[in-house]
Design a protein around this ligand. Structure first.
Ligand SMILES: NC(=O)C1=CN([C@@H]2O[C@H](COP(=O)(O)OP(=O)(O)OC[C@H]3O[C@@H](n4cnc5c(N)ncnc54)[C@H](O)[C@@H]3O)[C@@H](O)[C@H]2O)C=CC1
Ligand SMILES: O=C(CO)COP(=O)(O)O
Length: 355
C-alpha cells in the first residue's frame, strides 16, 4: 500500500489545547492520560495535595492506577480556580454524591461559553437530577455535554480499543470533544439525546450489580443473557417514560455499557454484586472495594422514582429487596421467575399490564 494512503496511527493530532479534568480517581486519571497523550496540556485537579505531589514526582497515581505511568503534559493541582481558569474545556469526573457541591463552590470560576463535560454516571439524591441538569442549574452560561459508554478506566489506561459517546445539543461541543479525545485506541461517537445517554450510564450500574450476583451464584450463560436483555428492557422502559429516546439504548451508551459492566469483574458495580452473592454484607463489600460503585445509590433512587411514576421494574425491586430489605436471593429469584410471562420487545408488542 502506498505510504500516503496508510491510516494515521499517531495519537496526537491537531493543535494543543488547555483542558481541565476535575477528579483524581480512576476515570479522571484515565481521561487525563488520553488527553495528555493526545498532546493537550491537562490541568488535572484533585483535592488531595499528597496525590498531587506524588503525580508530580513519580507520574503515578498510586491509589487508583498504581501500574500506570502518566505521560504527556499533565499538571496536577489542588487549585480548581487555576485549572478551570486556564482550560478551554473542562471534564468533570467527580462522583455524583459530591458533584453539585464541587461545581457550586466554584461556579464563579467558569466562563461564558466554556465547554463543560460530565463523565459521571450517577443521579443526585434529592430531586432525581442528572449531572448535566446540575451543570445547567449551577453554571447555565456554559456549554454542556455528557460522555458515557463502555469505558472501563482500567482498560483505557492500557490503551485497549474503546469507544464512547459524546452527547450534546451543540454540534461544536460534539466535534470539539471528538477531536480532543479521539485517537488510535479511543473512538468518540456522537448523540444529541443527552438525557438518554446520561440515564443509560447511571442505570446500567444497577444491572451490573445484578449480574455480579448471578455470576457469584453460577447461574449460567442463559441466565446472564436473560438478565442483561431484561435489564435493557427495564432501563429503556424507565428512561423513555422520562423522555429519553429509546434508540439511544441500542447504542454504545445503552447496550454497549450494559454488556461491559454486566460481564466483567473489572466493573466495580459487578464486583459489589459478586461479593454480596458470595455472602458478604453490602457495607463490607463497598468498604473493601475502596472506590465508588454508583449503582448502590442509583438503585435506591430509581426504586423510589419508578414507584412514584408507576413504571414496572422487577429487577430493580428485587435487587433493592436483597441489598436493603430482608428478602433472600433465592426468594427474589423465585418470584421473578414465576411472574407473568410478558412481551419480549414492548416497543413492538406492548406489555400486558398485569404485573
Ligand atoms: N472508573 C471507571 O471505569 C468509570 C467511571 N465513571 C464514572 O466516573 C465517576 C467517578 O468515578 P471514578 O473516578 O471511577 O471513582 P473513584 O472511586 O476511582 O474516584 C473518585 C474520585 O473522586 C474524588 N472525590 C470524591 N469526593 C470528592 C469531593 N467532594 N471533592 C473532590 N473530589 C472528590 C476522590 O478523591 C477520587 O479521586 C463515577 O460517576 C463513575 O461512575 C465513568 C466511566 C468509567
Ligand atoms: O462505567 C463503567 C464502565 O463503562 C465503570 O463501571 P464501574 O463503575 O462499575 O466500574
Amino acid at each position: 500500500m502506498p505510504e500516503q494512503n496508510a491510516p494515521q496511527t499517531d495519537g496526537a493530532k491537531g493543535p494543543t489545547h488547555d483542558v481541565a479534568v476535575l477528579g483524581g480517581g480512576s476515570f479522571g486519571t484515565a481521561m487525563a492520560k488520553v488527553l495528555g497523550e493526545n498532546g493537550h496540556r491537562v490541568h488535572f485537579w484533585m483535592r488531595d495535595a499528597g496525590q498531587v505531589d506524588e503525580i508530580n514526582r513519580t507520574r503515578i497515581n498510586s491509589r487508583y492506577m498504581p501500574d500506570v505511568e502518566l505521560t504527556g503534559d499533565l499538571l496536577p493541582t489542588t487549585d480548581l480556580a487555576e485549572a478551570v481558569g486556564k482550560a478551554e474545556i473542562v471534564f468533570v469526573a467527580i462522583p455524583s454524591k459530591a458533584f453539585r457541591a464541587v461545581i457550586r463552590e466554584h461556579s464563579g470560576e467558569f466562563r461564558d461559553g466554556q465547554i463543560v463535560i460530565s463523565l459521571t454516571k450517577g443521579i443526585e439524591e434529592h430531586g432525581f437530577k442528572l449531572m448535566s441538569e446540575i451543570l445547567q442549574e449551577e453554571i447555565p452560561r456554559c456549554r454542556i455535554g455528557v460522555l458515557s459508554g463502555p469505558n472501563l478506566a482500567s482498560e483505557i489506561v492500557s490503551r485497549d480499543l474503546t469507544a464512547t459517546v459524546i452527547a450534546a445539543k451543540d454540534p461544536d461541543v460534539r466535534r470539539t470533544v471528538q477531536d480532543l479525545l479521539g485517537c488510535e485506541y479511543f473512538r468518540v461517537y456522537a448523540n444529541v439525546d443527552i438525557y438518554g445517554v446520561e440515564l443509560a450510564g447511571a442505570l446500567k450500574n444497577i444491572y451490573a450489580i445484578v449480574a455480579g450476583l448471578a455470576s457469584a451464584l453460577e447461574m449460567g450463560e442463559n441466565a446472564k443473557a436473560m438478565l442483561i436483555t431484561r435489564g435493557l428492557a427495564e432501563m429503556s422502559r424507565f428512561a423513555v417514560s422520562l423522555g429519553a429516546n429509546p434508540m439511544t439504548f441500542m447504542g454504545l451508551a445503552g447496550v454497549g455499557d450494559l454488556i461491559v459492566t454486566c460481564t466483567s469483574a473489572k466493573s466495580r458495580n459487578f464486583r459489589v454484586g459478586y461479593a454480596v452473592g458470595k455472602g458478604q454484607n453490602l457495607d463490607d463489600a463497598v468498604n473493601e472495594l475502596g472506590q465508588v460503585a454508583e449503582g448502590i445509590y442509583t438503585l435506591k433512587l430509581v426504586k423510589e422514582k419508578s414507584e412514584a411514576i408507576g413504571i414496572y421494574m422487577p429487577l430493580v425491586r428485587g435487587l433493592y429487596e436483597i441489598l436493603y430489605g430482608t428478602a433472600s436471593i433465592k426468594a427474589v429469584i423465585n418470584s421473578l421467575m414465576l411472574s407473568v410471562q410478558n412481551s419480549d420487545v414492548e416497543f413492538i408488542l406492548p406489555r400486558t399490564i398485569s404485573q
